[in-house]
Design a protein around this ligand. Structure first.
Ligand code: CTP
Ligand code: MG
Length: 227
């Protein structure tokens, strides 16, 4: 039977966040930020393994007792997110029909329910797909001076999130050859001429990018703990 593997790229430096350590290791409600990400994925019964990809130069991972079931660590991260994912896939040696859920380490407020919705929706899907959010606001296109040059109809526009769930064999093929323009797995899959399915996520599953994002992540996780 096909396995289901969560692959978490965590080899970034967090340059936009600008902290002394990468953002995935910042303390958040008493644990490293990425602990919350990994714990949620490990809590999804359908997921067999949670594979985290860190940089070969990582100085932080071993400082914490992660104590999570299903966890495996791969010190093979690369120069770009796509490189880290491709190296992780190579290290895992998956079967072609295994499902891989690629999820950003920095999306620490993913809920078990959203991950399960993605898995249930795509169980029999020929391509796979991703969590995403319909754009809620009116969208403007700017000119070079920061003035509005057009209002873009938001109908049909979605914001891509993670996890992004595809068969391992297809994903390896899609990422082969890399490409600096590949910022998520779905765009690599689209490059093959395939059409990933959009599955509605939720706004809580945002990516911690800037220091201002931490307060919201803290509040979401604390509210969940209190339930
Ligand atoms: N990532 C990775 N390998 C890289 C770059 C990014 O595994 N070479 C991971 C990050 O650790 C993160 C996810 O990809 O979990 C999403 O990337 P992003 O939010 O852009 O994180 P960083 O690249 O670390 O941040 P920045 O772009 O601000 O430097
Ligand atoms: Mg980045």
């Amino acid at each position: 039977m096909a396995r289901m593997i969560a692959l978490v790229p965590a080899a970034g430096t967090g340059s936009r966040f600008g902290a002394p350590s990468p953002k995935q290791y910042l303390q958040l409600n008493g644990k490293p930020l990425m602990w919350h990400t990994l714990a949620t994925l490990a809590a999804v019964p359908a997921i067999d393994e949670v594979a985290v990809v860190i940089s070969p130069q990582d100085e932080w991972f071993d400082d914490f007792a992660w104590a999570l079931p299903k966890l495996s660590v791969h010190r093979v991260g690369g120069a770009s997110r796509a490189d880290s994912v491709a190296a992780g896939l190579a290290a895992l040696a998956c079967a072609d029909d295994d499902w891989v859920l690629v999820h950003d380490a920095a999306r620490c407020c993913l809920s078990v329910a959203a991950a399960e919705r993605l898995i249930a929706t795509l169980a029999d899907h020929p391509v796979g797909g991703l969590l995403a959010l319909p754009v809620p606001d009116t969208v403007k296109r700017a000119d070079g001076d920061g003035r509005v040059s057009a209002t873009v109809p938001r109908n049909g526009l979605w914001l891509a999130q993670t996890p992004q769930m595809f068969r391992a064999g297809t994903l390896v093929r899609a990422l082969d050859g890399g490409g600096a323009d590949i910022t998520d797995e779905a765009s690599a899959i689209e490059r093959l001429g395939l059409k990933p399915q959009l599955v509605e996520g939720d706004a809580q599953n945002f990516k911690v990018t800037y220091p201002r994002d931490l307060a919201l992540a803290r509040a979401i996780l604390a509210a969940r703990d209190a339930q």
